[in-house]
Design a protein around this ligand. Sequence first.
Ligand code: ZN
Length: 204
Amino acid sequence: MKIICVGRNYVAHAKELNNEIPDEPVLFMKPDSALLRNNDPFYIPEWTNEVHHEIELIVRIKKLGKNIDKKFANRYYSEIGIGIDFTARDLQNALKDKGLPWEKSKAFDFSAVICPEFVPVESLPDRNAIHFRLDINGKTVQEGNSALMIFSIDDIISHVSKYFTLKIGDLIYTGTPAGVGAVKIGDRLEGFLEGQKKFDFLVK
Ligand code: ZN
């Protein structure tokens, strides 16, 4: 399986990092070794001093697809989850400044947190306006709603599948809302999807 991530998919987040508003989805990937499951603790790697949290909605692909038309994109997933796209921002900025690929700062081991259980799309109050948030040590630090995405889930699936064949079990991290910031040892991260807690783990 592969993990496809969308960057800069919320206007307020693109602006907080002084990035332009993209006219097509900004894509990058993480390998399967990036997954952090089952509420396992996250260990800050020794080579970075600034790991940022990015809470994101995750789509799990359930059907093989290539060149998927946007109007059929909803047939390719039936479950939504949340997770974190951990980002070594200091390294990412250094690589961006040199015009180099971001991979090391984004795709490192355990940088892709995934909630233990996904929810069926039909159980959501509105599949086009999915609310999610991240609390750190009991305080809400990021809040998002998929209605505010620059590119909708269906747009993303259609765009991604032009370049990469989607396979059963592939995951798409759909971008983070504003409010990203550094985590520190001892932090407790709790993620909520429509008010229901979906992950809860510690930073070590
Ligand atoms: Zn992200």
